[in-house]
Write a protein that binds this ligand. Structure first.
Ligand code: DQA
Length: 138
C-alpha cells in the first residue's frame, strides 16, 4: 500500500513552533517512527510552505497512491485550490490536524477540504497521523 503524507505551511517548524499547541516533537523524527511502525506500508512524506506545490503533489500522487493524508495547515482555512485538487483526484484523502481546530479561533472552524475528503482526524496531537493511517488498514 502506498500512502502520501502532505504537510502544509509552517509544519516544518514542528518541535519549536508554538509548543503548547503543537508539542515538542519534530515531524521528521516522528515520520521515521511512523515508517518503522508501519513498515509494510510504502509511506512518503512531503512538506511545502507553497500552496501551488501542495496542489502539484496532490495531482502527482492522486491517481496512483492508495491514499493521501493531508494537513494543509493554514491553507485549510483559505484554499479553494487545494479543496478543488482533492475533489479532482481518485485517491481517497484523509484530512488531519494536530490541534482541535474547533476549540480555537473561529477562522479555524472553516475547512475548504473537509467536504471533499473521506474523513477528518483532529485534536490528537501527532497521533492524529497514526489514526489517519489506521483508517486505511482493515
Ligand atoms: C493545524 C491547524 C491550523 O489551523 C493551523 O494553521 C496549522 C496547523 C493543525 O495541525 O492543528 O498550521 O492544521
Amino acid at each position: 500500500m502506498k500512502l502520501q503524507i502532505i504537510n502544509g505551511p509552517n509544519l516544518n517548524l514542528l518541535g519549536t513552533r508554538e509548543e503548547s499547541i503543537y508539542g515538542d516533537q519534530n515531524f521528521d523524527k516522528y515520520f521515521n517512527n511512523l515508517k518503522s511502525k508501519y513498515s509494510n506500508i510504502d509511506l512518503k512524506y512531503f512538506q511545502s510552505n507553497i500552496e501551488g506545490e501542495i496542489i502539484d503533489k496532490i495531482q502527482e500522487v492522486g491517481f496512483d497512491f492508495d491514499g493521501i493524508i493531508i494537513n494543509a495547515a493554514a491553507y485549510t482555512h483559505t484554499s479553494v485550490g487545494i479543496g478543488d485538487a482533492i475533489r479532482s483526484i481518485s485517491s481517497p484523502t484523509v484530512e488531519v490536524h494536530i490541534s482541535n481546530t474547533y476549540s480555537r479561533e473561529e477562522f479555524r472552524h472553516k475547512s475548504f477540504l473537509s467536504a471533499h475528503v473521506r474523513g477528518v482526524v483532529l485534536g490528537f496531537g501527532l497521533k492524529s497521523y497514526n489514526l489517519a493511517i489506521e483508517s486505511f488498514l482493515d
